[in-house]
Design a protein around this ligand. Structure first.
Ligand SMILES: C[S@@+](CC[C@H](N)C(=O)[O-])C[C@H]1O[C@@H](n2cnc3c(N)ncnc32)[C@H](O)[C@@H]1O
Length: 238
C-alpha cells in the first residue's frame, strides 16, 4: 500500500473515533444548533435498503449493480444481480479505491448504482455526477441516508454515531435540475432515487450554493425539498 492510500485510510477511520465525535458534538450543540428538535421520521416499519434495491433490480430486470461504499458488505453480499461491483477504499466490495479514483478510470455502465460512500455534500454531488455518466439509459441511481431526523444527524463534520451527513443537500440540488427526476423513498434513513429523465416536479429554489442551505429550511420544508415518496408508491412509478 502506498503512503497516500495509507493516510487516506487512517483519515477515514479517525473521523469515526469517539473522542473526535465528542468534540464535534460539543461544538455543534453549543455554537450551531438552533434547537429545532426532531422531525419525527420513523423507519421502524418501513422496508430496509436491501428490500428496496432488490425490488428495483427485479422489477426493472437489471443485470448490473454498482455500490459506492460497501463497509462490511451488509448490503453488497445480499444483493442478487448478474454483475456486481463494490467500491470502497477501506473494506468490503470488489475494488479497493475511493469513488473518485474508481470513476476516473471506469469505462463500464451500470443499471443500478447505490451511493453510500463519504456522506459529505461535495463528495455526494461528485458521486452523482460521475454515476450519471456511468448509468445505462434506463438505469436508476440510489442514495443512502437522505433523511436526517435532526440537526446532529446531518452535521458536518460528523459528531455522533448515528449519522446521515449532509447527503440531503445533494438531493435538494438534484430536485432543481430539469434533466433528472428525483425522489426520496421513506425507508431506511431515506433512500434518494434519481431517474435519468425529465424532472416531473422541479423544485424552485434560488439558492445557487447548495452546500450553504440551512438545516432549518430542510426542517420545515423537507417534504417538498426531498419529494418524499412511500415505498409502495415508488414501485408503481419505476
Ligand atoms: C455507511 S458505510 C457503507 C455501508 C454499506 N453501503 C451498507 O449498506 O452496508 C460507508 C463506507 O463508505 C466508505 N467510504 C468512505 N469514503 C469513501 C470514498 N471517498 N469513496 C468510496 N467509499 C468511501 C467507508 O470506508 C465505508 O465503508
Amino acid at each position: 500500500m502506498n503512503i497516500k492510500n495509507f493516510i487516506k485510510k487512517k483519515y477515514i477511520r479517525l473521523q469515526g473515533s469517539r473522542n473526535i465525535l465528542k468534540l464535534n458534538y460539543f461544538i455543534e450543540k453549543y455554537f450551531r444548533d438552533k434547537k429545532l428538535g426532531n422531525i419525527g421520521f420513523d423507519f421502524s416499519d418501513k422496508p430496509n435498503r436491501q428490500t428496496v434495491v432488490q425490488k428495483i433490480i427485479e422489477t426493472k430486470k437489471y443485470n448490473s449493480y454498482l455500490e459506492i461504499g460497501t463497509f462490511h458488505d451488509e448490503l453488497f453480499k445480499n444483493i442478487k444481480c448478474d454483475k456486481k461491483v463494490g467500491v470502497d477504499p477501506v473494506s468490503g466490495g470488489t475494488i479497493r479505491k475511493t469513488s473518485d479514483e474508481f470513476f476516473k478510470d471506469n469505462k463500464e455502465k451500470f443499471d443500478c448504482i447505490f451511493i453510500d460512500g463519504l456522506h459529505y455534500y461535495s463528495q455526494v454531488k461528485r458521486d452523482i455526477e460521475n454515476s450519471l455518466k456511468a448509468l445505462n439509459s434506463n438505469g436508476i441511481i440510489l442514495l443512502h441516508d437522505c433523511l436526517p431526523n435532526n440537526y446532529f444527524e446531518q452535521a458536518v463534520p460528523r459528531c455522533q454515531i448515528t449519522w446521515n451527513g449532509d447527503v440531503w443537500k445533494a438531493v435538494v440540488e438534484c430536485r432543481t435540475k430539469e434533466n433528472i427526476d428525483t425522489y426520496t423513498c421513506y425507508a431506511d434513513f431515506g433512500i434518494g432515487v434519481i431517474f435519468n429523465r425529465k424532472n416531473k416536479s422541479p423544485l424552485k429554489l434560488d439558492s445557487q450554493n447548495f452546500s450553504k442551505i440551512d438545516f432549518e429550511d430542510y426542517f420545515y420544508k423537507h417534504k417538498e425539498f426531498m419529494n418524499i415518496i412511500e415505498y409502495e408508491d415508488l414501485i408503481k412509478i419505476i
